[in-house]
Design a binder for this molecule. Sequence first.
Ligand SMILES: [Fe+2]
Ligand SMILES: [Fe+2]
Length: 198
Amino acid sequence: MANYSTNAKNIKKSSRGKRNLRPKISTKRKYIENDIIELILQDHRSLKHLIRLLKNNRKDLEKRIEALEKFTPLLLSHARAEEGTVYRAIKKHKDFAEESFEGEIEHGLADLMLEMTQNTDNKQRWSARAKVLAEIVEHHLKVEETTMLVHFKNLFPVETRQNLGFKYLSLKQSFLKTDPEVEIIPLLETEMPSQPTH
Ligand SMILES: [Fe+2]
Ligand SMILES: [Fe+2]
């Protein structure tokens, strides 16, 4: 009969080991101007700050609504610009293409969750949806930083990353100028409805 407690211990031990060995974009790396990785990580830092507010359902609701108003254009422009640069480039490498497909699915889930969050006037539903949205994006950023960006950095030289950096900035700007979906939808009525509306 298998010794499950020993197996469980071994699994825990080996997964701890794996976590320690997990590659990650180093925070002590040399700063290279317009390197697309730097630009993406800057956006990630801003997103993570807003994620902390959005996730915190003990925080004042108005503050979380303000956080979502900043989060929305940043998230959407960031995702679309990533798709047109890093995702497109890494898709051409068969060993890593799946990572970009996985990322696109997570972008799609975040878009959907964002839409759901914007389309309720019930405070508790809004709060629950905002929290789930924040958790989805938090997971997504972590996966990008520990897999795709690490592989991307190994595959492409600095010059290519800088060229893609310019393209990333221009895609972000043109998205913010032209996409009507970035308009912030009014989120909540001041009073809690007696019955959920959605
Ligand atoms: Fe992403
Ligand atoms: Fe990202």
